[in-house]
Design a protein around this ligand. Structure first.
Ligand code: HEM
Length: 131
């Protein structure tokens, strides 16, 4: 029952939630994240999370994760960062990315929390253009 409740919370979250394995392969993605990036679930499950970002991060993301695996030195985990995502149609949008590491039953996964910033960024541009 608890597992069902947790699943319902994730499925109905406003923010996008994506889990990957320690090589960046998408294991789970919630409806909000699917809507933000414009994909259906079957299209992303099993794919590298790098399909969701523009260059240069797309080409480097595997090494970002590998660097962390080897050094244990986080650059986003527990810190967060504003990054760009890339939708299926190729367009990009800004979001706040939070990443946490989850260790359970001798496995390690990473959970990414995606808070869309496109509206706020558009509003900021409008405010700037008044001055
Ligand atoms: C590291 C970009 C999505 C997991 C990084 C770094 C950048 C980045 C710039 C750190 C590079 C460095 O300074 O070393 C992006 C972009 C994304 C994205 C543009 C847009 C889709 C995700 C998602 C997850 C994730 C959804 C998890 C589900 C990680 C992990 C690391 C990392 C585990 C290494 C640990 C760390 O540096 O703290 N990513 N990322 N990323 N990212 Fe992503």
């Amino acid at each position: 029952e608890r597992a069902k409740l947790l699943n319902a919370i994730i499925e109905n979250a406003i923010d996008g939630i994506i889990t990957i394995d320690e090589f960046g392969i998408i294991e789970h993605i919630n409806p909000s994240a699917l809507t933000l990036f414009g994909y259906d679930r079957e299209e992303l499950t099993g794919k590298n999370v790098s399909v969701l970002m523009p260059q240069p991060d797309k080409a480097r993301h595997d090494s970002y994760i590998a660097n962390y695996r080897h050094s244990g030195d986080p650059h986003i985990i527990g810190i967060g960062r504003e990054v760009l995502g890339q939708r299926k149609d190729g367009s990009t949008f800004p979001f706040r990315l939070g990443v946490s590491e989850v260790k359970f039953s001798d496995r390690r996964i990473f959970t990414g929390f995606i808070h869309d910033l496109s509206r706020q960024k558009e509003d900021e541009l409008k405010i700037k253009s008044y001055t």
